[in-house]
Design a protein around this ligand. Structure first.
Ligand SMILES: *[C@@H]1O[C@H](CO)[C@@H](O)[C@H](O)[C@H]1NC(C)=O
Ligand SMILES: *[C@@H]1O[C@H](CO)[C@@H](O)[C@H](O)[C@H]1NC(C)=O
Ligand SMILES: *[C@@H]1O[C@H](CO)[C@@H](O)[C@H](O)[C@H]1NC(C)=O
Ligand SMILES: *[C@@H]1O[C@H](CO)[C@@H](O)[C@H](O)[C@H]1NC(C)=O
Ligand SMILES: *[C@@H]1O[C@H](CO)[C@@H](O)[C@H](O)[C@H]1NC(C)=O
Length: 195
């Protein structure tokens, strides 16, 4: 286990037990990503920090990164167990950003936190973030937003700030959101024609 930065006080352990139990009983139809966001926000509320709001553009990047990891197995050197500073760098990272219409300038203060958990068991997923070196980012008031995506056994959390260096605002002022709404309109149109 990566030891440094892992804090595990009795209070934190009690919180995690409660969180794990409530996750277990919470609606199972919820997908893994929204369960993780909910778990992290309960954790932040517990720490008296503001909750993270969903950032669609960060979620787009999270999905791109998750696709890169998808075919890799979980080992003790991947995901939340990564030794700090050895995080995998993607040569095609600029393409991943471009896919989401993101300029590197608006993501530089963000954090990309990948975790690998076989079967994405919700309580293990939450622990991979709250009880690993990633805790230092979850326990940080500079982050105000989050985007989460999962592929295979991988789940990626991208944290955003509310500053221009980390808000993940798209270059053309929200083109990704616009595209999503256009796709949604087309889908509605399609459904309207179908039924
Ligand atoms: C959160 O705030 C409450 C009320 O101010 C306080 O009693 C509690 O100890 C705080 N919790 C943490 C984890 O700081
Ligand atoms: C990772 O696992 C391998 C093989 O199981 C082991 O040899 C190595 O010491 C482990 N590394 C860490 C950092 O735990
Ligand atoms: C993260 O999940 C993996 C796979 O379930 C597990 O082996 C590891 O101990 C977890 N790490 C933490 C910090 O919870
Ligand atoms: C979170 O950070 C604050 C301030 O840095 C610190 O007082 C607190 O102990 C941390 N809590 C945990 C659970 O790491
Ligand atoms: C950004 O977030 C911080 C911390 O939550 C808050 O204090 C600040 O007022 C926010 N700034 C803006 C411009 O929303």
């Amino acid at each position: 286990m990566a030891g440094s930065g892992v804090r595990s006080s009795p209070t934190t352990s009690a919180f995690l037990l409660i969180a794990a139990v409530s996750l277990f009983y919470s609606a199972r139809s919820q997908d893994t990503s929204s369960q993780l966001l909910q778990g992290i926000n309960s954790y932040r509320t517990f720490l008296n920090l503001s909750t993270l709001t969903e950032n669609q553009n960060a979620a787009c990047l999270a999905d791109q990164v998750a696709q890169q990891f998808k075919d890799q197995g979980c080992t003790n050197t991947t995901g939340a167990n990564t030794v700090p500073g050895t995080n995998e760098q993607f040569p095609n990272f600029p393409d991943l950003l471009a896919h989401c219409h993101l300029d590197p300038l608006v993501t530089q203060d963000g954090q990309i936190l990948p975790a690998c958990v076989p079967g994405l068991t919700p309580s293990l997923v939450l622990a991979n973030f709250t009880k690993s070196q990633y805790n230092q980012f979850l326990n940080d008031t500079s982050y105000t937003g989050a985007g989460i995506a999962s592929e295979g056994n991988w789940i990626v959390l991208v944290l955003s700030t509310n500053t221009s260096q980390g808000n993940f605002a798209t270059v053309e002022g929200g083109s990704a959101i616009l595209e999503a709404s256009v796709r949604y309109s087309l889908l509605s149109l399609f459904l309207a024609l179908w039924f």
